[in-house]
Design a protein around this ligand. Sequence first.
Ligand SMILES: Cc1cc2nc3c(=O)[nH]c(=O)nc-3n(C[C@H](O)[C@H](O)[C@H](O)COP(=O)(O)O)c2cc1C
Length: 450
Amino acid sequence: MTRQIRLALRAYGVGGPGQHGLWKDPRVPNNASIDIDWYIAQAKAAEHATFDALFIVDSQFIDASYPPHYLNRLEPLTLLSAVAVHTRHIGLVGTLSSTYNAPFNVARRFASLDHISRGRAGWNVVTSMDPGTSRNYGLDQHLDYTTRYGRALEHVRVVRGLWDSYEDDAFVADVTRDVFLDPTRLHPLNHEGEHFTVAGPLNISRSPQGQPVIFQAGVSEEGRNLAAQVAEGIYAPGGSLESARDYYADLKRRTAAAGRNPDHLLIFLGAQPVIAGTDAEAHRLSREIFDADNDFARKLAAFGRAFGAYDFTQHDLDAPFPDVAALAERGNRTWGTAIVERARAEGLTLRETVLAFTTYRPSPFTGDPVTVADTIESWFAAGAFDGLNLGFRTSDDLARFVADVVPLLQTRGLFRTEYEADTLRGNLGLPIPENRWTAARRPLVAGAVR
Ligand SMILES: Cc1cc2nc3c(=O)[nH]c(=O)nc-3n(C[C@H](O)[C@H](O)[C@H](O)COP(=O)(O)O)c2cc1C
């Protein structure tokens, strides 16, 4: 069978970064970010179109300048648990920070979602980029990159260890023999590491997909190495075809170097299609959307996020870009460094820097349905992604993509027409990880047979 594209839906409520005005759109209820029916409707529409997953992003720090969706949003696993009981096939991927959660708690919550959804849970591992989050968890400051990502790697390994607490055949539940549990199939973890000490075992069994699928988002060296070692999916930032291909090739290379099969790491590129009846109309619409949200004060506020929600209004807009590089060290260092380096190299003022990074750049997936399908096909063929993590401004835009673009991809054999499996792993073509205790016993069993 030819390689097929994976599609995920990145559902928002009333507007994330760059979408400050979305809440004013009459098609978007202004409480959409906390309206579970809003998410269920989109999940059902995506499931009807056989999308692989619903993807929920998250953050845990705000000030009043943050985008509307951030100000009033549902916690991802609570949201996904509700969506789970209204859907049957679509994967449910929730973002949870390894910096501000304990492994036992994460393992338990995702295992629960995996059971509730009968094998459709995925964890998007992030380390959190807003330094202010630390103050919500009793820490004076956010962790530096080395600690953040070191903790993330150990975190995932501990969570996976906990998910193996029970072997598949642990619950005998034999009434005639009066045996509920086979205690030889229950295992503590006894983990003692640099960041965590966790005894285990976890008090929930494995689900039909063995373990939830691990996703990752974060593009620094540290983030890429984390993905190469443990991720099965990546939420990659969009950009040009060239940057997407470079990123894709780099991650596949790192995964192979880590001793893993690169096909077991699926790269989902973020994309926001703008579709209309003709290419010209789609580009006009795209420009209109940009112009409606092109407010400089908003952009200046959003600019502060990479530097720990820094307030740039205290600086002269027409003076050289201020020396704030150190503030990004514990924020979004990748983004902050890119800003600082460009401002320095080109001798830009604060105003020019903001404008340089927020200039109009239409989504590459802008056009009539055929153009959008053609672009998706050519990027896929060029090795830019395994899947797309699709964001739409309104549910009308999602409906349009489903009605007009998905059938073109299906006709070309690039996208499924029905689900292959009931689990997220099954649909993504990812193997079920064998329980480590079962695997460890196997040579002994084989030896006994011989
Ligand atoms: C495409 C993409 C999506 C992300 N989504 C989230 C998110 O939903 N929540 C979050 O806390 N961090 C998210 N992150 C942020 C990363 O976890 C990370 O903290 C930040 O990008 C800085 O790390 P980096 O330099 O490794 O990219 C995302 C990053 C990328 C590239």
